[in-house]
Ligand binder design. Structure first.
Ligand code: ADP
Ligand code: MG
Length: 747
């Protein structure tokens, strides 16, 4: 059914403007335009005095033009005013000096030479844009303009300017905010009162939300602050409702999936394992264990997220769940994000299980099983054995990287998939899994050390149950962290290396982590992924030099620590070499390991006491916390030194100080999230495409999301197809079609 919202914009604003809307903002229909909400509002009189402008502000000023010059950007020659009309298609820079009577401000306009004929000296106008500094002169760059003392204003224009709030839209030079405002006004004046509202009336009444038409009027042309907040509130709810409806539908589908129940059985591997554990489980570990066993008993697949501080002992929890499934005749898979970690997990599990993992071998225990390893870099023979063991069921547990899922690996009876150190395990992966286990879907346990705020868990992982391990096992040694300002205090860096030597002297080991590999080949992206984020969170200054590399540090330490056994590890070494280095390090045959973030997650060498992180400001908060979790894992107290060239009150230095001041991962995660943008939180690529979350913030709007979740759940439980709510259904449909729901799907 066609509503006004589906009508083409060009029917209202003319072909030329409509084309600009399409080109610049990807807006085609009336609905697209009306849902391009103002970014903010300019309250009349809300002007910034020139002497209060600050670099980086979005400011609006009222000034009188003092001087105008237009130059060619190619020749730098000044263009006489009478000739500017000939320059409309060429590269120009128009500089306008305006004054508020006391101070001057420079405005820089690119490729709009005609402005010079409008902004003649003496003209009074409003200008808005970002305050920047160029060659020590404060500027507004490419600001929006509105001449105030224009003589021949149209009636509509006079009315528009009389409004108490001016909506300011995301706009460009080609499509200025005033044009958007005018177009919105035309469309709103012609809007049918009978628009179908995606938020059902009953719910609107209950939640006291504005109807669609009224909300659209008020969000674009508000008369009061209250208009703005009521309208925005309604659209936030609408966004939350659409999102939660998608998730509720998805939950309904998941709930309908079948899984083989794997109830806990007595007298099997699990009991035997528990009996032999060299330590007692923490309270959290046994509670979470029970939650998992309860899930595994059901005939529907478990889908649980286990979040727990670095070193909180998630592996044991996972292993116990896996053993329980094996006791039931099923198989379990443990997926790790890297080969280094998969290999290490394989060894750890074998070690923990001892003769319980020696099935069919001399000295193997009764009902012993086998732990297989399947990574991309196995040779053909190893691969064949591992595949056979998986397919025959000989291997009760198979450890591997994610490639394992894409592979043609078959299982005799896959009952449980554990995903380590990753909190995104999307619909696609689950689909791949189901394909491996026939009409039954395996149970899934996802583990992460990165705490996720509740609303994000609810949004991104809408159909996940969450368990949390908050305590660390008793007897864990504290980690002491300090920032080392290497440039300001080079003697501190010397001291850091001396500390490394002392620790090695005591029989301990050390990591030195660098942000880059540095053998002049383009860097491996999997190791550098988070770095970009770390950079961006910085202070926006140009980084003076490339980040320090493993190779550079190896060269330097080759001299400073020439008497120690120093080795390197990074993602581009051949798999066998990585494995060999890690094995030597774990065996204590290497004193100092210089590595990239390949060691970031999961690596567990209790004898490693010290970590020096070079150019620590190039890493994000949670990454530093993860890295630091590699030390202080045994009885040896941990030491983490965050080396940086920074030394000031900058935001980046502040982040390092925060990491040094606390080892509480949840606290750090909160600090981290506060400095991130919404899109980063959700993992949405900042593609510049229209987002289906425009006003809703998963960090701020917790309450709205909770309510919407509740509403969506009850709608779906009585009317899964939304037959009664066609408007909501079509919204959900288009949200699903838009790429922006990627964050709901992707790994
Ligand atoms: P993470 O949660 O970071 O994955 P691990 O599972 O690697 O942590 O556990 C870290 C270390 O703590 C391992 O060496 C593990 O054997 C040990 N550990 C786990 N649970 C306990 C416990 N209850 N008591 C003592 N040590 C434990
Ligand atoms: Mg782990």
């Amino acid at each position: 059914m066609k509503t006004d919202m589906d009508r083409k914009l060009r029917d209202f604003v003319g072909a030329k403007t409509a084309k600009q809307f399409t080109d610049v903002l990807n807006i085609e229909t009336v609905g697209d335009l009306l849902r391009h909400y103002p970014r903010r509002y300019l309250k009349k009189g809300e002007l910034t005095p020139f002497n209060e402008l600050e670099i980086g502000d979005q400011a609006t000023v009222n000034g009188r033009v003092k001087k105008v010059t237009v130059r060619s950007l190619d020749t730098k020659a000044e263009i006489p005013l009478v000739e500017v009309s000939k320059w409309s298609r060429r590269k120009t820079l128009t500089k306008v000096v305006v004054t508020d009577g006391e101070h001057d401000l420079e405005l820089a306009f690119f490729n709009q030479p005609w402005l010079a004929t409008k902004l003649t000296p003496g003209t009074s106008a409003l200008f808005w844009g970002e305050v920047t500094m160029f060659r020590d002169i404060m500027q507004l760059k490419g600001p929006g303009t509105e001449i105030l003392d224009d003589e021949d204003l149209t009636e509509a224009e006079i009315e528009r300017r009389a409004r108490p709030f001016r909506p300011l839209y995301s706009a460009t030079a080609k499509l200025p905010t005033a044009t958007i405002e005018r177009s919105v006004k035309i469309v709103l004046d012609n809007l049918s009162e009978e628009l179908e509202d995606p938020v059902p009336e009953l719910i609107r009444r209950k939640e006291k939300l504005l109807g669609l038409v009224e909300a659209l009027q008020k969000v674009h042309l508000p008369d009061t602050e209250k208009d703005i907040s009521e309208a925005q509130n309604r659209f936030r709810f609408e966004e939350a409702l659409v999102m939660q409806t998608i998730l509720a539908q998805r939950r309904a589908v998941t709930d309908a999936l079948k899984a083989v129940p794997r109830p806990r059985t007595a007298g099997g591997l699990l009991d035997e394992f528990d009996k032999r554990l060299p330590f007692s489980l923490t309270a959290g570990q046994s509670e979470v264990g029970d939650e998992i066993f309860a899930d595994l008993e059901r005939a529907h697949p478990m889908h649980r997220l286990l979040q727990g501080e670095v070193g909180s002992g998630k592996t044991v929890v996972a292993l116990r769940a896996m053993l329980s499934v094996v006791d039931n005749g099923g198989q379990a898979v443990l997926l790790a994000p890297t080969e280094v970690l998969a290999t290490q997990h394989h060894k750890t599990l074998q070690k923990m299980l001892g003769d319980l993992a020696l099935q069919g071998m001399l000295g193997g225990a009764d009902h012993a099983t086998k732990v297989g390893l399947l990574t991309g870099s196995l040779n053909a023979a190893g691969r064949r054995t591992a595949m056979l063991d998986a397919a025959s069921g000989a291997a009760g547990i198979v450890v591997g990287t994610h490639a394992l899922l894409e592979d043609k690996v078959q299982f005799a009876d896959l009952g449980l998939v554990v995903v380590d150190e990753q909190h995104r395990f999307g619909v696609e992966q689950r689909a791949a899994l189901s394909a491996k286990s026939g009409e039954n879907t395996p149970h899934v346990l996802v583990m992460t050390a990165t705490p996720i705020p509740r609303t994000v868990a609810m949004t991104v992982f809408g159909d996940l149950s969450v368990s949390t391990l908050t305590e660390l096992p008793a007897g864990r040694s504290p980690i002491q962290s300090s920032v080392v300002p290497a440039k300001q205090k080079p003697e501190w860096l010397d001291r850091a290396w001396a500390r490394v030597r002392e620790e090695v002297g005591k029989g301990h080991q050390a990591y030195v982590v660098c942000p880059r590999i540095g053998d002049d080949v383009k860097n491996a992206t999997d190791e550098e992924g988070d770095l970009a984020a770390g950079d961006e969170e910085g202070d926006g200054k140009k980084q003076a030099r490339p980040p320090i590399s493993v190779m550079q540090v190896a060269e330097a330490l080759g001299e400073i620590l020439s008497d120690l056994r120093v080795e390197i590890l990074h993602g581009r070494l051949p798999a066998e070499e990585k494995d060999a280095v890690m094995t030597r390090f774990a065996a204590g045959e290497v004193d100092v390991l210089i590595a990239t973030t390949v060691i970031e997650v999961g690596v567990d060498v209790p004898n490693a006491s010290t970590m020096v992180i070079m150019d620590a400001d190039r890493f994000g908060i949670s990454q530093l916390h993860q890295l630091r979790g590699r030390v202080g894992r045994g009885k040896v107290p941990g030491l983490c030194l965050l080396v940086t060239d920074l030394w000031d009150g900058s935001k980046s230095y502040g982040r390092l100080a925060a990491v040094a001041s606390t080892t509480d991962g949840f606290e750090l995660s909160r600090i981290d999230l506060e400095t991130r943008r919404e899109g980063d939180v959700l993992g949405v690529a900042q593609s510049g495409k229209r987002s289906s979350l425009k006003l809703l913030s998963v960090l701020r709007d917790e309450e709205i999301i909770f309510t919407a979740r509740h509403v969506a759940q009850s709608l779906i439980s009585v009317d899964a197809e939304l037959a009664e709510y066609p408007a909501l259904r079509s919204f959900v449909q288009s949200a699903l079609e838009s790429e922006q729901t990627e964050y709901l799907e992707k790994t």
